[in-house]
Structures are given as C-alpha cells and as structure tokens.
Design a protein around this ligand. Structure first.
Ligand code: PLP
Length: 239
C-alpha cells in the first residue's frame, strides 16, 4: 500500500512536470492539501513533509483542526460558506475560496472589520454553468467584482472554480481556459478603471485530484488536492 508520503511525492512530481511543460515558474503554483474528513494524525504526516497550506470545506472542522494543529498553517476555506458561519471562521481562514454572492461578501467584510483584519477572498465562478453547483455566473462576474472590491476589509485575490466531475481531465481543459480568460478580462477592467488593488488579483484556484495537471497547464496558481494525497474519503465515519 502506498503511504501518504509516497502519494504526496507523486503529486509534487506531477505538479513539477506540469509546471515545466507549460514553461511556468516553480513558485507560481501552490499545492493545497485538502484534508476534509481526515483525522489529525494524517494531517500531521503531511505537515511533517513541509506542507503548510491545508483546505477544509466545513467551518466546524476547520476550526477544530485550527486549534489542534501548528499555527503556521494557512487554512483555506474551500467549501460553500454560509453567511451565519462567517463569524466563526473569519480569523482562522487564511483565504476564503468560495465567495459566490454579494451578501456573503458583505458579511465577510463586516466580520473582518469587527476583528480589525482584512479578509482574503476568491470569487467562485460556476464555470460550466451546472445547476448543481454554487458560483457566480460568468456573465455576472465583472459586475459582482466591481461591487465586492468596494467593500472595506476585503481583498479579492482572484477566482476559483470547481470543474465538473469527469472521467477524462482533458474534458475540463475548456473550463480552466475559460476561468483564466475571465481573469484576464477582469484584470483589463481593473487597468482601464485605474482601480488600485495592488496587483493582488492574481490567483486562480482550480484543479483537484483528477485534473490538477491540466489546470496547471492552463494557469492555476492554487491546486486543491485531497484524494491524491490522503486517499479516498469515507463520509460514513465521524472525525
Ligand atoms: C473536496 C474538494 C477538493 C479535493 O477533491 P479531490 O478530488 O479529493 O482532490 C477540492 N476542492 C474542493 C472545493 C473540494 O470540496
């Protein structure tokens, strides 16, 4: 049986190769180890290999792991965030990836202000226009962006998407291309309107276990890999 260490090494090698193939720099892409449903000892194994970016999709689980793990970890909130839970996670999450409504952004802004911090967020795009998925429609993105950046105590660092679940990762290339293009369009909008967001709008969070290599070839700066590192998740067990 392969160990977590073996899995992680393989993922890191695949990431390096995809970076080389696409002529990008090694530090352009960061790996987020998606540890949802996995127990602390497994996270500690990954931490011991030098990983400092972890992804969780449930507020309570993120908060529990935050308390239990070393404080130099960057916790990425990658799941759908309910407005009434923002308060709990605001000072624990390093970045909130799934911001998909103005209402949610407003609450993040409000809670961040209360704690006197600045929240880093990514806007989630429903890139394949799937009814089952959260996310802003591509057509509505630039308007949403323009509104959200006016909120205090929020920094919009880029875009995020969850591509469809497909058997062949090549099928998702079109969606990664599309997210990258939306990113370029918004960057132009920023330049044309001289909006000063200090070049911080530079992240593309896209690619999971089944398609992170294609995502990197198309410009991902964060890949979110769970199964590829920790193995299959068992949702029947409690952590
Ligand atoms: C669970 C999850 C992942 C990781 O999925 P794997 O296929 O296990 O790599 C990535 N992103 C989000 C938003 C997730 O919820």
């Amino acid at each position: 049986m392969s160990t977590i260490k073996d899995n992680l090494e393989l993922v890191q090698q695949n990431i390096s190769k995809a970076i080389q193939r696409s002529g990008r720099n090694a530090d352009d892409v960061r790996l987020i180890a998606v540890s949802k449903t996995k127990p602390i000892p497994l996270l500690e194994e990954v931490y011991a290999e030098g990983i400092r970016d972890f992804g969780e999709n449930k507020v309570q689980e993120l908060c529990e792991k935050y308390e239990a793990m070393p404080k130099d970890i960057r916790w990425h909130m990658i799941g759908h965030l309910q407005t009434n839970k923002v308060k709990q996670v605001i000072d624990k999450a390093y970045m909130i990836h799934g911001v998909d409504s103005y209402h949610l952004a407003e609450e993040i802004s409000k809670q961040a202000a209360k704690k006197n911090i600045t929240a880093k967020i990514l806007l989630e795009v429903n890139i394949a226009d799937e009814e089952s998925k959260f996310g802003i429609k591509a057509e509505e993105l630039s308007e949403m962006f323009s509104k959200v950046i006016m909120l205090p105590n929020i920094e919009v660092h880029g875009l995020m998407c969850i591509a469809p679940n497909v058997d062949n990762s090549e099928k998702n290339r079109q969606y990664f291309v599309k997210l990258c293009k939306l990113h370029v369009d918004i960057t132009k909008l920023i330049c044309n309107n001289s909006v000063n967001i200090n070049n911080m709008f530079c992240e593309l969070s896209m690619g999971m276990t089944n398609d992170y290599e294609v995502a990197i070839e198309e410009g991902a700066t964060f890949v979110r890999v769970g199964t590829g590192i920790f193995g299959e998740r068992d949702y029947t067990k409690h952590i």
